[in-house]
Design a protein around this ligand. Structure first.
Ligand SMILES: *Cc1c(COP(=O)(O)O)cnc(C)c1O
Length: 397
């Protein structure tokens, strides 16, 4: 296997198409799909050398696989990270990031507004291993500072956050982490490296659910952890190797090819979402619209400083609570009811009864999730068709 030409100073879109590519002796133009669990050695001496780390090469696909390596290298190039490791899902990436480096007695500070399963890991799983947590309102930087203790080893946040699209100041959180000798982990699933590169603002680790916009077409699960060499060597590599949350080579191949169009797709998602947000804001039965770059978003200036565009998700409230929200969702003819997001197809979900149903009404209220709140992942259909569908369904509210 030969690594293709030196990346040199390639720009982001070139890295999205060519970053990390390795060619076999067949010189295939498209990336090879190496659907293999094992690798053969020329002789026993070579097997010994590879196991002892004295020779390069693959041993077993739980530890590494050429297709997965290409996806990791391309992701690292796009996020500006020294190294990346791919996992079976976004949750595998989040869980591995915590568990590989934390131990009993450590403390995590995390933003209250995070993906439901991330919150379950922080609040329910980590405490079983003696890892405590404090949840904060991520947009209020003073709360992060107050929550830090001498035991704090990690800060975790998502920006924009699901589903309220709250924006957290990555640079300010990174400074708090630095002073506490802790690491800041940013979940970049909503923005993707096409819109936001958290490492540039001082984050230490980036995690992804590549299931969302990186796949972009609702096919394969995947996750990615981006970090520096020291974190990989001291914590992550040995944890992944021995616990096995590995990404399938097939999924890596799909996501690798998806990265080639990530920038084009994200621009189109953002264009459509911005238009849908403006359309919804003009509808009398819509009580509230949240979209990061709209001037009525409470943190639109920070969003503008961190993101090159607003993303593909629009969150809004219909008048009339759950009953109205259900009637509206059921009346949609084009937009599908689905808790997934980041698909070419527009998808809508009612967070109160799906993604955030585990939380108490008080906890949901603290996040700004009401009975009439809906999260719309705006797809790549013609935006006029999306708006027409929303308009006809709003008539039923
Ligand atoms: C979906 C999602 C996850 C979890 O990813 P999976 O691939 O579903 O395991 C984590 N964080 C965010 C922000 C997500 O949207």
């Amino acid at each position: 296997m030969a690594t293709q030409k030196k990346p040199g100073r390639w720009r982001a879109q070139t890295l999205a198409v060519r970053g990390g590519q390795m060619r076999s002796p067949f010189q295939e133009t498209a990336e090879g799909l190496f659907l293999t669990s094992g690798y053969a050695y020329e002789n026993a001496e070579e097997a010994e050398a590879r196991f002892k780390g004295k020779a390069d090469g693959y041993q077993y696909s739980r530890f590494g696989n050429p297709t997965v390596s290409m996806f990791e290298a391309r992701m690292a190039a796009l996020e500006g990270a020294p190294v990346a490791r791919a996992t079976a899902s976004g949750m595998a990436a989040v869980t591995a990031t915590f568990l590989c480096a934390l131990r009993s007695g450590d403390h995590v500070v995390a933003s209250r507004a995070m993906f439901g399963a991330c919150r379950y890991v922080v609040e329910e799983i980590l405490p079983r291993f003696g890892i405590a947590n404090t949840l904060v309102d991520g947009h209020d930087i003073a709360q992060w500072q107050r929550a830090v203790t001498p035991q704090t080893r990690m800060l975790f946040l998502e920006t924009p956050a699901n589903p309220t699209l709250e924006i957290v100041d990555i640079r300010a959180a990174a400074e708090i982490a630095n002073r506490a000798d802790a690491r800041l982990v940013v979940d970049n699933a909503f923005a993707t490296p096409a819109l936001q590169q958290p490492l540039e603002f001082g984050a230490h680790i980036v995690v992804h659910s590549s299931t969302k916009y990186i796949d972009g077409q609702g096919r394969c699960l995947g996750g990615v952890i981006l970090c520096d060499e020291a974190f990989l060597k001291d914590h992550l590599q040995i944890f992944l190797r021995n616990t096995g949350p590995s990404m399938s080579p097939f999924n890596a191949w799909v996501h690798l090819k998806s990265l080639e169009t990530l920038d084009l797709r994200m621009r189109a998602h953002c264009d459509n979402a911005a238009k849908v947000a403006d359309f919804l804001a003009g509808q009398p039965k819509v009580a509230r619209v949240l979209y990061p770059l709209r001037s009525d978003h409470p943190q639109h200036q920070l969003a503008r400083a961190q993101m090159s565009a607003g993303g593909g998700v629009v969150t809004f409230d219909v008048e009339g609570g759950k009953e109205a929200a259900f009637r509206f969702a059921n009346a949609l003819a084009l937009i599908d009811i689905s808790n997934n997001l980041g698909d070419t197809k527009s998808l809508i979900t009612h967070p109160e009864t799906t993604t955030h149903q585990r939380l108490s009404p008080e906890a949901r209220a603290a996040l700004g999730i009401g009975s009439g709140t809906l999260r719309l992942s705006v797809g790549l259909e013609d935006v006029a068709d999306i708006c027409e569908d929303l308009e006809q369904a709003l008539k039923t509210v």
